[in-house]
Design a protein around this ligand. Structure first.
Ligand SMILES: C[S@@+](CC[C@H](N)C(=O)[O-])C[C@H]1O[C@@H](n2cnc3c(N)ncnc32)[C@H](O)[C@@H]1O
Length: 185
């Protein structure tokens, strides 16, 4: 991850979360974020969600960073946990979540296994949103093009993991180097 200021400059995170988590409808209840990093999207999600936002990350520095922000902002619906969700799963119950967020992470080794874990935690009709770096334009950061998945690749993985109604969400005005997808469990 780049320095936090550089990272957050790539996104209008509150507007992205508004578009992905409650597009013209009721705000979400429980939300899980796989790989919360600095909390760039976690904090706006916690401000929007009606339920608990579970933010998981393997890196203790990232966990401490998001916990500190939650405390400073008085966000008592944010549960941040240091956890390797590849080795251990998410620790969340079946069908307990309304929305799962997987942002800038699907270049990991076994993306379908992670998407299946996200699906397990979602209630029927629950949504998943995916954001990733575009590979059709030059970008200032992002994983190597050799491992960077396209929207089509992510859609195929979502289908394999049991999601349906996969929609592309236009995020160009909010994060021009990224694409967004929303799918339904
Ligand atoms: C590129 S960062 C993206 C952070 C955040 N999603 C965002 O877009 O701002 C990926 C994050 O996923 C975390 N991560 C990667 N593999 C993980 C794993 N197996 N379990 C938990 N966290 C993981 C990393 O520590 C890192 O903070």
């Amino acid at each position: 991850m780049p320095e936090e200021a550089a990272w957050s400059s790539f996104f209008d995170a509150p507007a992205i979360i508004g578009r992905l988590l409650s597009p013209g409808s009721e705000p979400c209840e429980n939300v899980v974020e796989f790989g919360c990093g600095y909390g760039t999207f976690t904090i706006p999600a916690a401000k929007l969600a009606k339920g608990i936002v579970s933010a998981l990350d393997i890196d203790p520095g990232m966990v401490a960073c998001v916990q500190r922000k939650a405390l400073e902002l008085g966000l008592d619906n944010l549960c941040v946990e240091q956890r390797d969700f590849v080795a251990q799963n998410s620790g969340l119950g079946d069908g307990t979540q309304c929305h799962a967020m997987i942002y800038n992470l699907l270049h990991l080794e076994n993306p379908v296994a992670l998407l299946r874990e996200a699906a397990r935690t979602l209630k029927p009709g629950g949504k998943i949103s995916v954001i990733h770096w575009r590979s059709d334009i030059r970008t200032p950061r992002g994983p190597s093009l050799a491992i960077r998945p396209s929207p089509e690749q992510c859609s195929a993985w979502l289908l394999q993991a049991g999601f349906h109604v996969i929609q592309t969400v236009d995020l160009e005005d909010l994060c021009p180097y990224h694409f967004g997808l929303v799918a339904t469990r």
